[in-house]
Design a protein around this ligand. Sequence first.
Ligand SMILES: [Mg+2]
Length: 427
Amino acid sequence: MSLYIAPNEDIVPTPGKSRIREVRAYVSRSTEYGASDVHDTPDTHWIMGLPDATGGWDQQTTHPPITNPMSRYPKYSGSRSSWGVARVPTVIVEIEDEEGRIGLGASTGGEAAAFIIEQHLSMFVEGQNVRDRTLLWEQMWRSSIHYSRKGLGVHAISAIDLALWDLAGKTLEEPVYNLMGGRTKQRVPVYATTSRPDLAQALGFHGAKVPLPYGPSAGSEGLRKNVDFIGHWRDAVGADFPLMLDCYMALDLHYTADLARALAPFQLKWIEEPLMPDEYAAHAKLAKKLEGLGTTAYFATGEHEYTRYGFQQLIEAGVGLLQPDVMWMGGPTEFVRVAAQAQAQGVAVVPHGCGVYGYYMAMACDHINLAEFMMMSEQADTIEPNFGSLFKNEPLPEAGYILLPETPGFGLELNRDALNLVRPYAR
Ligand SMILES: [Mg+2]
């Protein structure tokens, strides 16, 4: 029985309040800007995971391999650039209102996302009021459901939603966290994702996460080398420094259970994304197995999951720590729902990557006590902006904490001079 007892009415933008004039989607033609493409780096960068010819590394010109979903194919088992991890670049969205205020958002998706944003989703945003974000989100979601649901289409929604929150902050002259209920902490503690936990510890981070070098296709020798690798880092940082492991969708159910059992003595804080994201049944089986092992490490995942519906499946599978990426999973409008949904079901949340945008979510959500900082310097030895030269003023950690500004919106200034922006689907 329908509860639309009265006919539904279209929202009329509040008279006298500035409406949204235009949505614009850009990509950069600059060769070295970084942006959200953390993988768009030379093979000498630690994040590409390229060892030397003998499989070893010196941490300067070569680095530990990083297992990934393509590692099983010999042709693509070298550097992650071999299978095009960075081929789809950043999309940048500007939303301008009638008074010339501009909200800024970004995601991964390049020209493909720019097409969806300009040629489709903009129709639900232009002419509307930035205050009506819940409605705009729902219309973008419902109208794109036949080709989207997860992945690129939701990245496009996320970029628009981030730009809407930024514009709302600039309109009301408040930082985004104040629009989301205010601050829940003075500063946001961050851990480092890095190839060098020892350096992260020295730089004051509240923990370090390393990528797993070898996957199931490297056999029992690879498993032993993985255990030695983590054992080496546990020795280097001491018993109490939080150490985490990222498996980047490279493993399977049984390998993960074997690995978790072997790594139990090293007291990892969490084991991240061991399985391909759609293997929900395997997630449920793995959660049961890990519980049986008595390991204290959280079963973490979610950076490649989307919307409240996807995250609910992970919660029901028994995942203990969700890692939503606000630039990918639906934007701030959806992020706060997932954070609440996790909290109500006893599941922890630590935002995935996405630098400053993740810090604003952590600031606004009492349930989040930690955020991720990606070490973007080639040898993971210095603190550099997560978005390369995309913004002029990205807040950076000091002694393991991020202090957010009180500037309206997300407080970010686009570094236009460095970006060589083009608008491929200008209308
Ligand atoms: Mg990860």
